[in-house]
Design a protein around this ligand. Structure first.
Ligand code: GLP
Length: 261
């Protein structure tokens, strides 16, 4: 696992956007796995700027969704499908025909989950999966003690996650669904490159457990330690509880520039 410590969220956004641009440069039809939440927004902004400047051609890029609320109509402004259409697809100039995600309104949720896993595999698999992290170490919506081998399935949110996400629902927790569909941890681990981005002091404990703790289902993000190509990009605040911070800084500073992340 590589840990890159950046000065701030904007620098993290630029670093990850550069990695995405480089990927799309050598694989124009790349399948990019994207995450919602506030943390990846600087990535989408930085990549959007490159698209507008003509530095990146997204005409063949495909986008895959990580997780979704169950029961919110697709057109609800806070369904993750709507959020991604607004925050990722539109700024990157990508049409909904290049988008794939689970159906959060399906009557048979389990069948919709299995269909999504099959669709990801049929599409050739995710090339780069961008991840945020919850304060409890969740990735996607894989709450603590999710099986590290899990596939896409329905999950029940913890109250903490519902409280954290109420800000997107006018601060009204009653509007936050209890159930979600999330790519499983086993599904996420199948992506060719995992990039987890974390910013702010509130993520420092979760980042330390992810990077320096044991691989344990109680911290779902620690599963990244099992992946052959996982990159954790953190700002100084999110890195503040890493014991090996100086080592990570030294290693990245001396890495050959051509290698990227
Ligand atoms: N399902 C999403 C996660 O994918 C995201 O990583 C997390 C953190 O969000 P933020 O980046 O806003 O802190 O929020 C939600 O729970």
């Amino acid at each position: 696992m590589e840990v890159v410590i950046v000065p701030d969220a904007a620098a993290g956004g630029e670093l990850v956007a550069n990695a995405l641009a480089r990927l799309v440069g050598h694989k124009p039809e790349a399948l990019l796995g994207v995450a919602t939440g506030s943390t990846p927004l600087p990535v989408y902004q930085a990549l959007g700027a490159k698209v507008r400047a003509g530095e990146v051609d997204t005409s063949r890029v495909r986008i895959a969704q990580l997780d979704e609320y169950v029961g919110l109509p697709a057109e609800h402004p806070e369904s993750y499908r709507s959020v991604l259409a607004r925050e990722v697809l539109k700024p990157l100039g990508i049409g909904m025909d290049a988008f794939m995600g689970p159906d959060g309104t399906a009557e048979d949720v389990q069948a919709a989950c299995e269909a999504y896993d099959a669709a990801l595999a049929a599409a050739g698999g995710v090339d780069l999966q961008l991840l945020g992290i919850g304060t409890d170490g969740h990735i996607g919506f894989n709450e603590p003690c999710s099986s590290l081998a899990s596939r896409t399935r329905i999950k029940t949110l913890t109250e903490q996650t519902r409280v954290d996400n109420a800000r997107f629902f006018d601060g009204d927790i009653a509007q936050v669904p209890h159930h979600v569909i999330t790519q499983g941890i086993g599904t996420i681990l199948e992506a060719r490159h995992l990039v987890l981005l974390a910013t702010g002091e509130g993520k420092a404990d979760a980042v330390a457990a992810t990077v320096e703790g044991p691989v344990a289902a109680v911290c779902p993000a620690s599963a990244l330690q099992l992946h052959p190509h996982a990159t954790v990009v953190v700002d100084e605040a999110a890195a503040s509880k890493l014991k090996l911070a100086d080592y990570f800084r030294h290693t990245f500073a001396h890495k050959p520039a051509w290698q990227g992340i």
